[in-house]
Design a protein around this ligand. Sequence first.
Ligand SMILES: Cc1cc2nc3c(=O)[nH]c(=O)nc-3n(C[C@H](O)[C@H](O)[C@H](O)COP(=O)(O)OP(=O)(O)OC[C@H]3O[C@@H](n4cnc5c(N)ncnc54)[C@H](O)[C@@H]3O)c2cc1C
Length: 411
Amino acid sequence: MNKTCDVIIAGGGPGGICAAVAAARNGMSVLMIERYGFAGGMATSGLVNPFMYYRSKTDSKHYLPGSVFMELVKSLSKNGAIEKDGHVFDDEIMKILLDKLLLDAGVEILYHSMVTGAICKDGLISRINVACKEGAQSFEAKIFIDATGDGDLAEFAGFKTEKGRKEDGACQPMTLCFRLGGVKADDWKALDMELNEVFKDGKAKGEISDPRENVLIFRTLRPDVVHFNTTRVIARDGTNSKQLGEAEIIARKQVWELFNAFRKKSPLCRDSFIMKMASQIGVRETRRVMGDYVLTADDVVKAKAFDDGIARSSYPIDIHNPSGTGTVLKDVEGAYYEIPYRCIVPKGSRNLLMACRAISSTHEAHSSLRVMPVVASVGEAAGIAAAEAIKGKIGVAEVDGINLKMKLFRE
Ligand SMILES: Cc1cc2nc3c(=O)[nH]c(=O)nc-3n(C[C@H](O)[C@H](O)[C@H](O)COP(=O)(O)OP(=O)(O)OC[C@H]3O[C@@H](n4cnc5c(N)ncnc54)[C@H](O)[C@@H]3O)c2cc1C
């Protein structure tokens, strides 16, 4: 199978899905290549939930994400798969709805296939290599979109990337999300307090090795099922198979320790059971692909707007300590900040765009823009930009970011 199409999207997470749908709806033939057998990225494979806040901080009726994300929220709502305020969702139903969203838009989906390399000369990718079940394949397209979360395709093509914080390159820790069923969760505050006491005690006695400062739990759509965003694995690189595998093993051990402590010492969890662990450990941060503009912490906190601002967010800087305990939070001091188009075009790129968390930003700014509604908006912009570049027979850097902003935010 050696395939040619207008746009190839590598990765089917929140960014890749929205890029694929937007490009297809703008008349492009689109192929989305995803390593797992379903779309959704961290939302499904990583069991990440809920969608973080996606409204203006000064006007709660003003939704910030692009239209494809909002359409997904509506579709989840119509199918009873998201709570009323649009945050906690059902990740299994989401898989089904995402297939439909993509196929209805005319996107060709290639699951169970992993992008492993690229041929790139003078900023132009001519083909990519893909490991399919049937063996190594090669694909051509006019525009490529990297939605791998990790910037795999940009790295394979030789574009400039950075990783982690400035002083030592350390990235935010990984977390294996899991859910306990059979929990008495009617009194949420009591449950939260009880679990945190057990956690503290278990840490003091050396029974819990998790370096996190506390237990972080979220409600689910089921009253007795509790979502845990609580394990923490530091000093492992999410772009290295060996280290990623080690992280999975460390995290599963943490789940086991936590579960045993909770069922033994928390009366509210006495009858609980491990309902689900994510198919893969959640990776918060890896590469960032450098573009002509690098989004900074100051841009985020000062709620900066840009002429070519193609995505908006009011989510704070949120850095889980790469070295162990603690989390740094810094609020956006305004309604929202914007992400310029220049952040999604790798420096020197002629036909590669970014549609994932790996966009041009600092470690601090990345900690804010990485959340799902924001990445989805970045993806939608990338999909439209890809179509503009193809229709105008221009390179991706020549796409008019100001025009793109007007198209995305008709206000
Ligand atoms: C533990 C954790 C908790 C989080 N909590 C929240 C939260 O509560 N709310 C929130 O909104 N956000 C949260 N986030 C952030 C958010 O989930 C991610 O940053 C977001 O999903 C990034 O989207 P993406 O499209 O860039 O990447 P991903 O969601 O990682 O999607 C990338 C997709 O590309 C595929 N892929 C990767 N490499 C290749 C390849 N080489 N070839 C083919 N396919 C490939 C992957 O399988 C995946 O489907 C959390 C993240 C983590 C890790």
